[in-house]
Ligand binder design. Structure first.
Ligand SMILES: [Zn+2]
Length: 84
């Protein structure tokens, strides 16, 4: 992934965003989808993740067109009571 020189929009660091591979989750129609090794740029100061638009569209397409290639996993979900 090419290095970008952009600085963060959310904090006043002068350090450029760093390329990194992360795990990303999405929910669609109540189902969870996990993507591993997703290339993103991360602010080294505040940790904000910058996603590439075309890459996110590719992930959306994987959900609709390549679901048979995903491996199912077992998961346990808890919902804590709403504090309001
Ligand atoms: Zn930042």
């Amino acid at each position: 992934m090419p290095k970008r020189k952009y600085i963060c929009e959310f904090c006043d660091t002068e350090k450029p965003q760093e390329p990194r591979l992360v795990t990303l989750t999405m929910t669609r129609n109540g189902r969870w989808f996990i993507f591993e090794n997703v290339p993103v740029h991360v602010c080294p100061n505040c940790g904000h993740r910058y996603y590439d638009g075309p890459m996110l569209l590719k992930l959306e397409r994987m959900i609709t067109e390549q679901l048979s290639e995903a491996r199912p996993i077992e998961a346990w979900a808890f919902s804590l009571p709403n504090p309001d």
